[in-house]
Write a protein of this length. Structure first.
Length: 421
């Protein structure tokens, strides 16, 4: 029997090894909507006061508090967006709309519903006490000039992007999205849409992994299928290293005769992980490789790229992607907490534990009597992608002997983040 030369490491140690070798990518400037979900690379301070003029909060009349309850003469109107053209003198009022600048002289705005307008005069309704400043947003009351409004490291969602727009910015400075190059390896693989030859199967990993890369926030790059031949793998690897920030391959890392990828990675760079104590996904391989030029030469200052060689079985490749590649992508994006979101769930039936490896069991979740119940998606064969299709998460089962009874609590790594609410 052939023995793998790579030590078996725990999932936690493997993840630590990956994360210690990736860093946030350099910053770039993007139009606001293109920056959605990306991480701000620098602090943002307000350059101006917001509002920059005292603004009416309601539709009504701008007037002077000191005039008390007497009727005022209506001398004009001040609409939102119009320049200020009036001064409010004692005994006067100006019709005003929400968001309009309050004209000089006025120090209060009364609501239209609380005023009586008659014959060109306006009177506050029965003894409304008028306090100066009422219904007026003072200059800088939402944001003061110089205030720190967003911090480097914040993920840009709708409110944050709107915030930038409110400061007049049309672009955001964010960590660049990593280009995630994905290729499949295997002589048996056929392209979806083409007829299958004898002994062939459709390549499902590329579709899965490209989609997972996009979901993680990466920029997916389809590098096609490589046959199990040394020259072809080398060409594909060199192209991938030159065009992607991170490479993800599937297949060719178990102990079969044609599993050529690990020795190739070892001769081109450094293999940090070759076996992880997990089910599925044991042959997960992680390496860092310097970029080569077209002739295969490594220039002195070439960057080093992370390369994930995932096992070929469809579920193994997806689970190892979610546990190791996704966090690497998130870290390159600048996200602080790079792992899948985790919740606790109650087992809806018994689960058998694996004495040799931690297991990531695909489950559906349901809410029953105030509890979140996890149930298996059925046969967990690593070839059966149907165990992952429709799954809400990965139930984390510890390496141990025996059975967990129904009602036990275990963590679930969420694949469907709608379950966070
Ligand atoms: P390997 O890791 O190359 O030994 O492949 C393990 C199993 O996964 C084999 O049954 C392969 O046929 C299957 N497999 C490998 N790559 C793919 C792929 N891209 N899509 C679907 N199945 C695959
Ligand atoms: Mg193969």
């Amino acid at each position: 029997m052939r023995e793998s030369p790579y030590p078996m490491v725990s999932v936690d140690d493997a993840l630590a090894s990956v994360l210690s070798r990736v860093a946030p990518l350099p910053a770039c400037e993007l139009p606001l909507l293109d920056a959605l979900g990306l991480v701000l690379a620098q602090d943002v301070q307000a350059t101006d006061d917001l509002p920059s003029f005292p603004a009416a909060v309601v539709d009504g009349f701008a007037l002077r508090a000191a005039d008390g309850s007497m009727a005022r003469r209506l001398v004009g109107e001040q609409m939102a967006g119009a320049p200020v053209g009036l001064v409010v003198e004692p005994g006067e009022a100006v019709r005003i709309t929400t968001g309009a600048p309050v004209p000089p002289g006025a120090d209060v705005v009364i609501k239209v519903e609380l005023s009586d307008e008659e014959n060109g005069n306006v009177t506050p309704v029965h003894g409304e006490t008028l306090a100066a400043g009422q219904n007026i947003r003072p200059i800088g009351s939402d944001i003061a000039a110089g205030e720190l409004v967003l911090r480097a490291g914040q993920v840009l969602g709708a409110a944050e992007l709107g915030m930038l727009a409110s400061l007049g910015r049309s672009r955001a400075t964010v960590h660049r999205r990593p280009v995630v190059g994905v290729f499949s390896t295997g002589d048996e693989l056929a392209e979806a849409g083409q007829p299958l030859g004898p002994g062939q199967i459709y390549d499902s990993n590329r579709a899965t992994l490209l989609a997972a890369a996009a979901q993680a926030g990466g920029q997916p790059l389809d590098l096609g299928v490589l046959r199990d031949r040394p020259g072809e793998l080398e060409r594909g690897l060199a192209t991938g290293l030159a065009s992607a920030d991170v490479l993800v391959t599937s297949g060719g890392v178990s102990m079969g005769e044609l599993d050529l990828l690990k020795p190739l990675l070892a001769s081109w760079g450094t293999v940090h992980l070759g076996r992880v104590r997990m089910k599925p996904g044991k042959p997960l391989t992680f390496a860092t490789l310097p970029v080569r030029d077209a002739d295969g030469h490594i220039a002195a200052e070439q960057p080093v790229r992370p390369v994930f060689a995932l096992p070929g079985n469809p579920v193994s490749s997806l689970v190892t992607f979610q546990l190791f590649v996704r966090p690497a992508i998130r870290r390159m994006l600048g996200v602080e907490h790079a792992g899948l979101p985790r919740i606790d769930a109650t087992l809806g039936h018994r689960f058998r534990l694996d004495p040799e490896r931690a297991e990531f069991h695909r489950v559906t979740l349901s809410r029953e009597n105030g509890q979140i119940i996890a149930r298996s998606t059925g046969s967990q064969a690593s070839s059966r992608l149907l165990s992952a299709a429709g799954a809400d998460g990965l139930l984390v089962l510890e390496q141990a002997d025996g059975l967990l009874p129904p009602g036990s609590q275990r963590p679930v790594l969420l694949l469907n983040s709608d379950w966070l609410v």
